[in-house]
Design a protein around this ligand. Structure first.
Ligand code: ADP
Ligand code: ZN
Ligand code: ZN
Length: 708
């Protein structure tokens, strides 16, 4: 039998069934001897991989058939396509608590109800028990509700042991709140989704923030989930979406189970079990939730489907959105990929007839589209042009809120010597150190290295070190100076470190009083900020001239996401771009205010250049402390891959050539057909692994890479 074992080797391992027993089913959790250790693995196939050698038997079957063969098969397909070691399957499919050798224990019941004995029992001498019974007359209550009302866990356990109460499979019913009447476009989207009930169909729901996409998910979810169906919602970052979670919960009248890495091991296990048993009807999670076992899926939603954090960047490098589509296909359920700015991959799939486009062109309710302006920054000295400062003043005076997007933390991206031009660089990365005035430190945003700033220039001894450029910290200071009577809120990872800081801030902002928000990407992600009337992107120029072929797409997405923040029901919004290149073609295209038009143009360019999504691309990345080992390995790998008919270029240096002390190189491996590319690559991995040059470097393959 073949077993996935959590070791970083590119193969499955062969074992015999436990002595004298029938072979455990695919999806069983087993304990196997591995070298001198015993490891928890998953049975992936009952066929032997090879017939040779003295195989060891499986030591113990911990859980027979814990996972369905379909789910195991999906994960296996991912390992092959995304070129990661099959041992990762154990991590993808089992929560941490089940990767240890303890047997799997079903979770504590979530809700309780009275038994007949409990109803009749004489509890005069047990007043607390009588009170608890009082609570359960009529309807079951969740454990949480009971604990909240001050009933202690021991009391519940005691009453359970004496048979007065029992676990209730039924969740206590919450009453779903009604939603607004849908507009025509929303209604059409819901109708088309419902027409795909109980079969696979993939939809891209494109509509600006506030156009009512979430409303469409909610309606479809309610209609499709029926009495037992489960709805899985995948979001890029759960920390940023507690509002979304509560909205789903209220509107579906179902407890929302969340699944993400901030949960404790026990919480993750509880969600995993509830998903598997079908008790969890509504699950909202990050990309790893795509591998949760589901008893009866009814609908999958991927929100903000263009977001690159849906792709895992280490270990198992899968794309959560793309795997979600495969999952929907295997579960035979519809899937909706929602975004204000769909990925070019998704648009390409629409053109190929694989996905269907649903559009919401108008903002829901009454909110209006913002007016666009491009502000020429040439000849301006500060990071905020006079024209922009004037606009900010105007909007604040009119009672509006202002949002400024600058994707750079810290005070200044560069600290430079005025006398000789020296600038502070990271000794381990090819990058400048960022100057943080708060905490007086120089920090590398790539490897995390922190150091005190030098008093004088280390090159020429001059004391005149000056910060160059402006990060969010400097903007905050400038804005405080310019607008002393207006609260300025900085939104970045330095300022908002606590779990709930961001949520608390958003609540403050939603009271609608004039304020200025200045921040990084955190601000650009679909939060509803109804009071914002002016939104601005301060640093478009970087994205115009990047070496990364995805940079224009990312820039466009950030810009439309930010633009989507401006404007509300009673007042027209304004959206501003600051640039030194107002004549740039991309800006002209962006300025037409239609993301899909812009994206289609980019897609044409990708097609002309045979770049993804028009062709398949895999990267082979290698890094080493000297440049030569990485390059030598990649040159050998290039020979092998070229020999099997793939289109190979490189080795070329990564955009960030050196990081944390390692030189980074890559090989671009392309083929017009993604499936063929993945197949050939998967077939060659063990040969690459066997190269003597491979031992001197860190390397991996990345299919459909997002970073260069
Ligand atoms: P999105 O997910 O596209 O950002 P939402 O579904 O969150 O949009 O809708 C934005 C706001 O508009 C929400 O406050 C929502 O309740 C409201 N809304 C959505 N659809 C309608 C509708 N048909 N009529 C009135 N209000 C609506
Ligand atoms: Zn100097
Ligand atoms: Zn560094």
């Amino acid at each position: 039998m073949q077993v996935a074992v959590p070791v970083p080797l590119p193969q499955l391992f062969d074992y015999l069934p436990p002595a004298g027993e029938a072979p455990p089913a695919v999806g069983s959790r087993v304990l196997v001897p591995f070298g001198r250790r015993r490891l928890v693995g998953l049975v992936v196939s009952q066929d032997p991989a090879s017939l040779e050698g003295a195989l060891k038997p499986i030591e113990d079957v911990l859980d027979q058939g814990l996972l369905t063969p379909e789910l195991v098969e999906l994960a296996r397909w991912c390992a092959r396509y995304y070129l990661f070691p099959p041992g990762e399957l154990v991590n993808l499919l089992l929560p941490t608590a089940l990767r240890r050798s303890q047997p799997f224990r079903p979770a504590a019941p979530e809700a309780w109800r009275l038994t007949a004995a409990g109803l009749q029992a004489d509890l005069e001498r047990a007043p607390r028990q009588a009170e608890l019974r009082e609570q359960l007359l009529g309807a079951p209550r969740s454990r949480e509700q009971l604990l909240e009302q001050g009933f202690r866990p021991e009391l519940i356990r005691r009453m359970h042991q004496s048979g007065l109460i029992e676990a209730s499979e039924q969740q206590p019913e919450l009453r779903p709140e009604p939603g607004p009447a849908l507009n025509d476009e929303q209604r059409e989207a819901v109708v088309r989704l419902l027409a795909a009930r109980r079969r696979f169909a993939a939809f891209v729901l494109a509509g600006v923030t506030g156009s009512g996409k979430t409303e469409v998910y909610l309606r479809a979810a309610r209609a499709l989930m029926g009495r037992r169906g489960q709805v899985l919602v995948i979001v890029p970052e759960i920390g940023l979406t507690p509002q979304l979670v509560r909205r789903f919960e209220r509107r579906l009248g179902q407890r929302a189970w969340t699944y993400h890495s901030d949960l404790s091991e026990g919480e993750r296990l509880a969600c995993w079990q509830a998903a598997r048993s079908g008790r969890a009807r509504l699950i909202i999670g990050t990309r790893s939730a795509v591998f949760l076992p589901l008893k009866q899926a009814a609908l999958i939603v991927v929100d903000e489907e263009h977001d690159s954090s849906l792709k895992q960047q280490d270990g198992a490098r899968y794309h959560g959105r793309d795997v979600a589509v495969l999952r929907a296909q295997r579960e035979q359920v519809p899937i909706v990929l929602g975004s204000a700015t769909p990925a070019l991959e998704s648009l390409n799939n629409i053109d190929q007839g694989r996905y269907r486009l649903l559009r919401l062109r108008r903002r829901a309710g009454q909110a209006q589209e913002p007016r666009w302006r491009v502000l020429d920054q040439r000849g301006q000295t500060g990071p905020l042009s006079d024209a922009l400062l004037g606009l900010i003043r105007k909007h604040l005076m009119a009672g509006g809120q202002v949002l400024l997007y600058r994707n750079r933390r810290g005070f200044a991206p560069v600290l430079m010597c005025k006398a000789c031009g020296w600038s502070a660089e990271c000794t381990r990365c090819s990058a400048h150190l960022t100057w943080h005035q708060v905490g007086e430190r120089l920090q590398c945003h790539h490897c995390g290295a922190v150091q005190r700033p030098p008093r004088r220039c280390p090159e020429c001894g001059d004391p005149g070190l000056v910060p160059l450029g402006a990060g969010t910290e400097r903007l905050e200071a400038l804005l405080n100076e310019q607008f002393p009577d207006t609260p300025v809120h900085r939104v970045d990872r330095d300022r908002l470190t606590g779990k709930h800081d961001f949520e608390t801030l958003l609540e403050t902002v939603r009271d609608g009083r004039p304020c200025i928000l200045v921040g990084t990407q955190m601000l650009a992600k679909g939060h509803h900020l109804p009071g914002v009337t002016l939104a601005a992107v301060l640093d478009v120029d970087q994205g115009l001239f990047s070496a990364d072929f995805r940079a224009p797409e990312r820039l466009g997405q950030a810009i439309y996401q930010v633009a989507g923040r401006a404007g509300r029901a009673d007042r027209e919004g304004e959206f501003v771009l600051q640039t030194h290149h107002p004549e740039h073609l991309l800006l002209e295209l962006l300025g037409r205010g239609d993301y899909l038009l812009f994206a289609r143009q980019l897609l044409e360019e990708r097609r002309a250049a045979a770049l993804p999504p028009a062709s398949g691309l895999a990267l082979l990345r290698a890094e080493s402390q000297q440049t030569e080992p990485a390059r030598r390995f990649l040159r050998r790998a290039a020979d092998i891959l070229q020999g099997s008919g793939l289109n190979v270029s490189g080795p070329v240096p990564a955009i960030m050539t050196r990081r944390a002390g390692f030189w980074r190189y890559q090989l671009w491996v392309q083929s017009a057909e993604r499936a063929r590319l993945a197949n050939v690559m998967a077939g060659q991995l063990s040969q690459l692994q066997a190269l003597p040059e491979a031992r001197r470097v860190r390397w991996h393959a990345d299919m459909d890479p997002l970073d260069f």
